[in-house]
Design a protein around this ligand. Structure first.
Ligand SMILES: NC(=O)c1ccc[n+]([C@@H]2O[C@H](COP(=O)([O-])OP(=O)(O)OC[C@H]3O[C@@H](n4cnc5c(N)ncnc54)[C@H](O)[C@@H]3O)[C@@H](O)[C@H]2O)c1
Length: 271
């Protein structure tokens, strides 16, 4: 059921690769709720992914941008405001990639050039997005910018490897830039940041992801949040009903992060 929560709002959605992407589900939900947006992803994802299918479904234009490149981001923000006919009300940063995880490097044998890439793509790119938005004066008052993080930015999850450091960087940027954006516009703007999502699907990228997935399900009273659930929460964060929420890590994890142990896990351990 749609509520028109985003009627008249304009934005940019980063990171829709295929129908499993959180950004893909979010784009469909934002459309359903009346929002208009441009879609963007790294140029290589244009060839590998299915973003054109999504663009057709949402009647949205695609503007390729490598989120680590300032000139690409400038072009993206400039073109998006032109195409959409005004400043933006929402931005979703749904980006993550670690060459070390992809190539199954152990945490004790990291390639440092790749580590830098992980930090740049998955963490620092958020600063680049925010700085570009500020320099281009691209956001409307009370706009909302959301990035997606994972609890491994705060607690150790061995398989998450150098992505944990990237998430810690991302979360810190959310606080620092959230403060700056709020003050810049004399508190008349709102920016929410950093949703910590539950483990919502099996990821090929992480070798033990089946275990992660099952463990997270057993540790969460409500079970694992799906990508659709996450999309719904992002829509709420883009809406006017969450105006005073900013600079936060919001837990969207079915209760995982505040659970000590569950009966289900105890039973499993007894086997
Ligand atoms: N899936 C989960 O269980 C889960 C849980 C918690 C947090 N998250 C976070 O949610 C976000 C989206 O993850 P997802 O599960 O939808 O995976 P996904 O692989 O579908 O999305 C990641 C996106 O990042 C894009 N990307 C990579 N390098 C880029 C670059 N240089 N410039 C621009 N885009 C680039 C990819 O093309 C891809 O579209 C990530 O930040 C991820 O860490 C996911």
């Amino acid at each position: 059921m749609a509520y028109n929560l985003l009627r008249g709002k304009r934005g940019i959605i980063f990171g829709a690769l295929d129908e499993n992407s959180i950004a893909w589900k979010t784009a469909l939900k934002v459309k359903e709720e009346g929002g208009q947006f441009t879609l963007t992803n790294a140029p290589i994802a244009m060839r590998m992914g299915k973003i054109k299918e999504l663009a057709a479904q949402c009647n949205a234009e695609i503007i390729p941008a490598d989120a680590t490149l300032e000139e690409d981001l400038k072009n993206l923000f400039t073109k998006s405001t032109e195409i959409l006919g005004g400043k933006l009300d929402f931005v979703l940063h749904s980006i993550g990639m670690s060459p070390n995880v992809r190539k199954d490097k152990s945490y004790g044998d990291l390639n440092y050039d790749w580590f830098q890439k992980t930090l740049d793509i998955s963490g620092i790119s958020f600063h680049k997005v925010l700085q570009t938005a500020e320099k281009n004066d691209a956001m409307n008052e009370w706009g909302s910018i959301v990035a997606l993080t994972y609890i491994a930015g705060q607690r150790s999850f061995p398989d998450y490897s150098d992505m944990a450091q990237a998430k810690a960087v991302l979360e810190s940027i959310a606080r620092s830039y959230g403060h700056r954006f709020g003050k810049l516009k004399k508190s008349t703007r709102q920016y929410h940041f950093a949703i910590t999502d539950g483990y919502n699907r099996r990821r090929k990228a992480f070798p033990d992801s089946m275990f992660f997935f099952d463990y997270a399900r057993m540790m969460s009273p409500l079970g694992n949040a799906s990508a659709e659930d996450c999309a719904n929460y992002i829509v709420l964060m883009f809406s006017d009903y969450s105006r005073m929420v900013t600079m936060q890590n919001l837990m969207h994890d079915g209760g995982f992060s505040t659970t000590g142990i569950t009966e289900e896990l105890v039973e499993k351990l007894k086997q």
